[in-house]
Structures are given as C-alpha cells and as structure tokens.
Design a protein around this ligand. Sequence first.
Ligand code: WT7
Length: 645
Amino acid sequence: MSYPYQIQSLEAYHKAYRESVEDPETFWASVAGHFQWKKKWSRVLEWNFKEPRVEWFKDAKLNITENCIDRHLAEKGETPAIIWEPNNPQERTRIVTYNRLHKRVCQFAQVLKNNGVKKGDRVCIYMGMVPELAYAVLGCARIGAIHSVIFGGFSAQSIADRLQDAKAEFIVTCDGAYRGNKDIPLKAVIDDALIGNQTVKKVIVYTRTRTPVSMIKGRDLWWEDEMEHAEHQIEKEGKIEFPAEEMDAEDPLFILYTSGSTGKPKGVVHSSAGYMVWTNYTFVNTFQYQPGDIHFCTADIGWITGHSYILYGPLSDGATTLMFEGIPTWPDAGRFWEIVDKHQVNILYTAPTAIRSLMGFGLDPLKGKELSSLKILGTVGEPINVEAWNWYHEHVGKKRCPIVDTWWQTETGGCMITNLAGITPSKPGWATLPMPGVQPILVDENGKEVTEQDENGLWKGNLCIKAPWPSILRTTYGDHERCRLNYFSAYENLYFTGDGALKDENGFYRITGRVDDVLNVSGHRLGTAEIENAINMHAGVVESAVVGYPHDIKGQGVYAFVIYGHMHGDAESTRKDLLQTVSRIIGPIAKPDKIQFVSGLPKTRSGKIMRRILRKIAEGETGNLGDTTTLLDPGVVDEIRQGRI
Ligand code: WT7
C-alpha cells in the first residue's frame, strides 16, 4: 500500500522525527489511524519504566490478522502474499495469494478451535520454513492464542524448558524439515521434549519429509486430516470464513524466547496493537517498500527477524514476501543469487554472517547472475564490518542499491536505529539515525549521559532508550520482575539495550556489540551462563567459563575454558563428548568452537571468575592482560595463556 507515513525525503524524516518526540501521542495516533480497528483507543500512551508498565492504544480492539490479510482482499486477493522457495531448487515453488492465505489461516484457526485452543492459550510452533508455518502463526493470532515459535536448531531439552515456562498445551510441528542436504526429524525431537511433560494435550503434525514418525493416539494429529475436516465445517457457499477474535490492544500476541546474561532464556512478550503498528511502520520506511516489490528476508521465522520482516511487517502492508526453506550454501553458494533472479527479488535483507560466509566462496557463485531486480539491500543481527559491507554493496548491489544497516533486538520488536533506504544517508558499519519514536541516549556506568567526546571526536557509552516506542517488550512471560531487573533497573527511567555504541557529530550511531555476557554467534544470541550450565552438566566437568572471541565468519565464536576431573579416554574424545552434551542441552547452535582444558580459572579472592582476562586470552592478546594482582592464583593465567587454542 502507499501510506502518507512513508517518509520520502530527508527533510520529511527530520520532520517526522521531531514530531514523534515532541508529541508522541499525536504522531502515533495519526499513524495508527491507517489500520483496521474494531474499536478505537481511549488513550494513545500510558507508561512508566519503574514497574515497568507500557500501554499503547489503550482500550482499542483489533485483530492483527484482519490487518495482515482481510483488509487486502478486495484489492489484492489474487496478489501473492507469500512466495515460497523450497530447499531443493528442483521442487516446485508455491505461491500463496492473499485469498489463499485467508482461507488457510481461517481453516487453521478452526483446527485450533476444534482441538480446544482458546484465546490466551500458548501454542508452541516447531516447524521448518514452509507456508504452513505462516498459517500456524497467523491461525493462532486469528483465534487470539499466543504463539511461541521455537527455532529448529534448538534441542528437545530447550523445547521442554520453553514448554514448561509457557505452560503450553498445544504444539504444531512437522514430521521433518529439509535444510540443505539434511533432513531434520522435528517430530522426533518434540517426542523427546514431551517425555515427562504434563501440560501438552495435542500435537499437530504437518507432513513435509514423510520421515517415519510415532503418532500417539489421542495426542498426535495429522495436519492434513485436521485441515480437511475444518474446511468442511466452515465452508459456506464456496467461501471460507473464520471470524477474527477481538483482541485488546495490549493482549499478548506472542512469546519469543531469547538468551540473556543470566539463567535460562526468557520469554519476551509482545503486544497486539503496538507490535502491529511498529512492524508495519518500520517495514514501510526502512525498506521503502513499493507496491509490487518482492521482499526477501532470509531469516528463519524462529527468530524475531522472521516474525517481523517475513510475516507481520510485510503482510500488514499487503506486500509480497518471499519465504525460503533452505540455506544459502546448498546446492551451492550461489543459491541466494539464483533465488533473486528467479523471483525478481527487489529487497534483500540478510545477516552479516551470511554475507561473510558467501564472500568466502569468492565471485564464482555470482557468475551468470543478473541481480538486476535488486533495489535495496539490508543487514541485521550484528555489527557489519566494512569489508563485508563493501562486498555486499559492490558485488550484490552493483553499487546501485542502498544498504540499510538495521539495529534492533528481540525485545524491540522491529528496527530501532537504521538508515531509511535511499532517503537518509548511510555510512558503512553504522546503523546511523533512530527511527521516529526512538530516543537513544548513551550513558556511562553510573547512568549519566556521556557528554565528553573521545580522542576521535565520538561519544561512547552504553546504549539506552529514553521513552517507549509502540513495540517495546511488555514483560517476560510469567516473571515480570525479571523483565524489570533485566532491562529497566540498570539505569533509572531508561530501557537498557545491553549494547555499547558510538555516536558521531551527525548523530549517527554505530553499535559496537554487547557489553553484557551475551554472545552473538552468527547472528544468534547465546548467554555465556547458559552455555556454561550446559557444559557443567557433563559428568566429569568441575567448572567452566565461556567467553566470546572474534570469528571471521560467525562474528563471534564460543571459547570454553573447562576444568575437568578424570577423563574417559583422551582429551579429543572428551571434547567431542562435551559438544554432544551442549547439543543435547541447548542445541547444535551453541556448540563451542574451542574448548581448552585448564587446571584452574582466574578468580578473585572472593571467588569471582575474571572473565576480562579470559576474554583477552581468547582474543589472542599476548601482551598486557591488565591488573592481575587481585587474583587468588596469578600463576594460572600463564598456564591458560600457554595452552590457548
Ligand atoms: C542483538 C539483538 C534484531 C534481530 C536479530 C537479532 C545485535 C542486531 C545489529 C546491527 C550491530 C546488531 C545487538 C543486539 N544487533 N542488529 N545492525 N548492528 N548489532 O536479534 O537475537 O535479539 O539480538 O543483536 O547486539 O542487542 P537478537
């Protein structure tokens, strides 16, 4: 669609930004006026960061699927909503029009209803990247159930923890998923996750790989049977309709688990109205979507990027979104470029780690690829190094396409600091300017605004946000205090992002990375404490410490220092055992890149591990490790340094 709130010049950006800060209520009321509401709000915004409590569009009623589907049907019923590209390029592409999407989502909402799912119930979704995943997500939203999508790379144990935390009663999964040359047995993983589970009543299984699965009577159901039955129930005069549940603006839309610096992953909760407005507003402005454009976000829907920029952002705009089942390097490293040409992709949004990994294959995979349909490129998930930025700009965008470097987080729901494609300036490695509605501030450890420039004329500090934007997280599921402690207690009256940043004289921001114990490995977020807990569960491990180190492709790699008791076999097999344990407890994505066995860890007299020293060793620092005089046993540092892998 084309909206009056699509910013079309630098002046218009500055004007919108000013208005959004000076009078947020008027600004967001005017944006929200372009959505479909069942009832309008009584108040645009009420908030305090103390509790925290944030309410946007108070008392308004809506259903996000009416905004993502129904409202486009009259004009765009036969327009592709989703173009699905299978893992295997030989297999047929599927095109899901808005009409078809409407039908399938209504059908699946009826399936959920038939199986006892009600508004507010938690439905866990563990599927590969197939259109049915979109139907499942939107079917939940239609009926008002809270979806919790779990990425396919997480283990049974991780799923079990999330099921328990969310008290989920329903699961939607696939028999298996294709990813490259792998066939991942998703249902078997779910079966393991359900051992001992007390809350799950029904598991709906979509057939993708036809890998053998166990189907337990009374609990497990085939998607295809359920959908067929539902179709007959809700078909009237050749039309399918399932009324969208009336949701309060602040009713939770979904939970998405993400890692923090302590404990188990927490369930970030997003609201219905604020999330809708923000994903739409940021989609329209960041990517400057024009009617007819094909938007290709390469993320998995198991992460927030997929939620916001494969599904909710594009669909709320009536856009055409491309969903890819496979991986960038299969059958070869030209797959993305082949997809771009095949579907005439206009906007490509991917992660720096993917760019770096593809760079590693040289220019051969790009040979014979036109890439002439591309207009706009984007990156997300981690800082992008200038080399990767230049390669993307030159070889993919052919120096014609603006690159948007979008900084945001699971907790923010959508883009926060980014240039707007072709509208506001870009600067390689810099996310640049805040979105209208976003008020960043850099603070020092004491929460004081950083006012002094460093030797390069930059301001440097911890990145916080001063006021709520519509899709700020509302809580962490089942534990509001954890939400307060994590995000709102470090600095008074500020949302703390966990990131460090620089600001230049133009007001551009460069995100330098996490300042807490959170790692960013290939754009996946992992807590060091979480990995340590998994390692420590391995028989024989006495203690461990995990830190990140710079990794050419992954951005950050995982380095584990492990004190081990009696080894079963040699160090190499023990290392492999440890990897197996981490895969079992968290998932293959958390496997350490390096494991070093040590006899001790650098600790202060009070027993605290000095990670700063370990980080320096892992980074390969051979010289000064800073002050080690407060260590209990300074000798251990030399031993660790000598044994560095
Ligand atoms: C963390 C959030 C946002 C969706 C994907 C990741 C890092 C994200 C950028 C960027 C530098 C970035 C931050 C942030 N990050 N985008 N453009 N430049 N760093 O979501 O898993 O919640 O991780 O990713 O460190 O805090 P997430």
